[in-house]
Design a protein around this ligand. Structure first.
Ligand SMILES: [Zn+2]
Length: 530
């Protein structure tokens, strides 16, 4: 099923991966200069096995008589061994490590050292990374440890993948210098163009996976057996918050199914998602890459997705996507932080910083639906979060939500007007002006919006009926855009045209292609007769 509904998480991870490729000319110039320009060189070797376990060897080598350098070493996720192969170290220090923007690394320290070459200097550091690659057969994703070293040095990386792996140059960041095979393994060479990098490789394996389903009560997680521990932890996390959530939403869930996935390059920034097809809310999909984050980060993503299931069970249609996402973000962040798991605070900071730029104009989320992923989707998450946060906190906190869901009492709520009616009852006052101040339009456009969204879901099942499905979809999207910009009259006219064509799409298609076929056969028959 199409991923209709994404939880876009911190883009910084994505941004560190996206590497600006330098032109061939610049590479040549760098090669010629390298001997004289740099003090020494770092070599990163990552040897990945079938389970994604990665042996990392970092070597530093210098041919100058004495010098100073630094690089990142693991802080807390694994132990490392340091060996001096040649020459000696006169001073060494392990200290906190910071990015070039001054942000502290959570998982790495800075190892700074002064050395003497005799005649050269060579140092070797090695460690093992349990989830260097995330593997949900056949999909695999390698994500290197953070590479960062003294800018006076140069660097090269070699990644070895198991022989059964299939990889293409287009799915490697930064772009590889070469892909060869060595000792039955795939060897990827990357000459590093800067002193900071994360190597990301999307690949597949022909080795079959050993999939297991872990079940406890209503919760079920499907995963390769190697992530059994992570699956058990997710169930434990869900059980921790379940009672709290049933009290808020005034509803119980009957079954929650979770599926783990290894990301592709395109969904690197997607922490998790829950598909919705118009009538049914699907399984919860969680991106295993985010298990490699501070505690609270992955849990917040998992709880966010669970809240979609609660909101759905409580009667909230995903067509009021701003309410779904706002509740999912606001409650998951607060619940996670209440456990002292600070990893969720980075999501909160991102949302609040993005929201600041919006200056309180949040109304554009009113027509956001699961079939729409705008390019500035983070603005939509931030606005939705701020609306829910403001309304909840100005009206008595969590008890406001409890009252709201008691009032709704399982009724289906699929438009903002009806929702505000229930919110007014829960708050004991009229919130209409508050929503108008956010920029919402509350003058009866809900009906046409609801019909447009329904027509769009219906079209998903008739996507073969071309070109009419395309035309109808285009009209419906144009109508939603016009609703967002306040052009209600024209939006309604175009919306009705789109709904009309979508209803007739199948008939029109059969008539059109049937007609063409008939014309062709008649012509062929005519030709036969001649
Ligand atoms: Zn969501």
């Amino acid at each position: 099923m199409k991923k209709l509904w994404k939880n876009n998480t911190i883009l910084t991870i994505l941004l560190t991966v996206i590497f600006i490729s330098i032109t061939a000319q610049a590479t040549q110039a760098y090669d010629k200069l390298s001997i004289s320009q740099y003090n020494g060189s770092y070599t990163y070797i990552c040897d990945v096995d079938y389970d994604g376990v990665t042996k990392v060897i970092i070597t530093y080598e210098s041919y100058i008589t004495s010098g100073k350098s630094w690089f990142l070493v693991p802080k807390n996720f694994t132990k490392y061994t340091l060996t001096i192969v040649s020459g000696s170290i006169t001073h060494e220090e392990v200290k906190r490590a910071y990015t070039s923007e001054g942000e502290e690394f959570t998982f790495y320290d800075n190892f700074t050292f002064t050395y003497i070459g005799n005649p050269n200097f060579q140092l070797k550091l090695n460690y093992t990374m349990d989830n260097g690659a995330l593997i949900v057969e056949p999909q695999c994703f390698f994500y290197s440890p953070q590479i960062y070293f003294n800018p006076s040095d140069t660097g090269i990386a070699y990644i070895y993948l198991p022989g059964e792996s299939k990889v293409s140059g287009g799915n490697i960041q930064p772009p590889p210098t070469s892909i060869t095979s060595e000792g039955g393994k795939q060897k990827i060479t990357i000459k590093l163009q800067t002193n900071s990098a994360r190597i990301a490789i999307e690949y597949t394996t022909s080795k079959p996976g050993n999939f297991k389903t872990y079940k406890e009560g209503i919760f079920e997680v499907t995963t390769p057996e190697r992530y059994m521990g992570i699956a058990e932890n997710i169930i434990k996390t869900y059980k921790t918050f379940y009672n709290n959530l049933t009290k808020i939403f005034n509803v119980n869930l009957t079954s929650v199914k979770v599926v783990f996935f290894a990301p592709r390059m395109v969904d690197l920034g997607t922490g998790g998602y829950t598909p919705f097809n118009g009538t049914h809310l699907g399984n919860i999909y969680l991106n295993l890459l985010y298990t490699r984050t501070a505690q609270g980060f992955w849990e917040q993503i998992a709880i966010h997705e669970l809240i979609h299931h609660f909101a759905w069970a409580a009667g909230i249609s995903p067509n009021i996507l701003w309410l779904h996402e706002g509740l999912a973000e606001y409650l998951s962040i607060n619940l996670t932080l209440s456990m002292g798991w600070i990893g969720a605070s980075s999501r909160m900071q991102t949302l609040e910083e993005v929201a600041k730029q919006l200056n309180g104009n949040y109304g554009f989320v009113q027509w956001w639906n699961p079939m729409q992923t705008p390019s500035n989707v983070l603005d939509y998450y931030a606005a939705s979060y701020m609306i829910v946060k403001t309304i909840v906190e100005e009206n008595g906190g969590i008890s406001f939500l409890q009252k709201l869901f008691r009032e709704i009492n399982g009724e289906t709520i699929s438009d903002t007007d009806t929702l505000i009616h229930y919110m007014n009852m829960a708050a004991g006052r009229d919130l209409t002006l508050k929503f108008i101040s956010f920029g919402f339009k509350l003058t009866g456009e809900s009906e046409i919006y609801r019909m447009i969204v329904e027509a769009k879901y219906a079209l998903m099942k008739k996507s073969w009926a071309q070109p009419f499905a395309f035309i109808a979809n285009w009209l419906l999207n144009t109508s939603i855009n016009m609703l967002s910009s306040g052009n209600t009259m024209l939006a309604t006219v175009i919306g009705w045209m789109g709904i009309f064509i979508s209803m007739l799409a199948v008939t029109l298609t059969v008539a059109l292609w049937g007609g063409i076929l008939m014309l062709l056969t008649r012509r062929m028959r005519d030709e036969d007769e001649l």
